[in-house]
Design a binder for this molecule. Structure first.
Ligand SMILES: Cc1cc2nc3c(=O)[nH]c(=O)nc-3n(C[C@H](O)[C@H](O)[C@H](O)COP(=O)(O)O)c2cc1C
Length: 211
């Protein structure tokens, strides 16, 4: 099993649930992961979070818990005490019970980038517990959601410009998500185009109403 088979990519962040241990302290939080090359992955961990604190204190390993289960993502942010752990095979950080796959990693380099730290990981073990495991990424679903908003604008522009404006604002948020979570030029271009087209439709309608 290769990292790419699990959905990891060099251009688009894959969303996983990260578990990390330092001494007695264990933390869990969703994180975006990028493939650096065939053997290494990287994280961008923002400061003033518990995960970052443990990394800065000297945590030596972590686990990428791969799942599409939104309840596990929710619990990892808002309900951490509900998360159930089980031991890893090669690292001290535990696994989150019930995930589709696990990548146990050593932390091999930490770079301070101001607002965040960039963390380089070397996978030690890839364990797939279910077939078809794929790590979630935020970019592709955001593009689809933006298209849903755009086609809704096309439908209601004649009757409700205010609602169309609201949907356009949502597209801006989805575009931010895409720009933040992928380096893919194609996905970014698609989002810019969707927003441009939405703005054009609204501008034209307003011009007609003025006359
Ligand atoms: C899908 C998803 C992806 C996330 N990716 C990152 C990330 O790449 N880096 C980061 O610093 N925070 C990321 N976050 C935010 C952290 O998970 C969130 O701030 C969390 O509450 C931090 O927990 P902690 O303070 O226990 O470390 C992400 C959140 C979600 C829901």
């Amino acid at each position: 099993m290769q990292l790419r088979d699990l959905g990891f990519s060099k251009s688009t962040y894959s969303e996983i649930i990260l578990t990390i241990r330092h001494g007695d302290a264990v933390n869990v939080a969703p994180m975006g992961v990028l493939l650096e090359d065939d053997k290494r992955l990287s994280l961008r961990v923002y400061k003033e979070q518990r995960t970052c604190e443990l990394i800065e204190k000297g945590a030596v390993d972590c686990v990428l818990n791969i799942t599409c289960n939104s309840t596990l993502f929710y619990d990892a942010v808002l309900n951490k005490s509900e998360i159930s752990y089980c031991p890893s095979e090669t690292v001290s950080s535990p696994r989150v019970r019930g995930c589709d796959a696990y990548v146990e990693c050593l932390i091999i380099h930490v770079k301070d980038c101001g607002e965040y730290v960039r963390v380089l990981l070397k996978p030690q073990l890839i364990k797939v517990s279910r077939r078809m495991a794929k790590a979630h990424n935020r970019a592709e679903p955001a593009v689809i959601e933006a298209l849903v908003c755009f086609t809704k604008i096309l439908h209601l522009i004649k009757s409700n410009v205010e609602m169309a404006e609201g949907l356009k604002e949502r597209i801006k948020i989805f575009r931010e998500i895409v720009y933040h979570s992928t380096r893919s030029k194609k996905l970014r271009m698609m989002m810019t185009e969707i927003l441009d087209r939405a703005e054009e439709v609204i501008r034209e309608k307003k011009a007609i109403d003025k006359h």
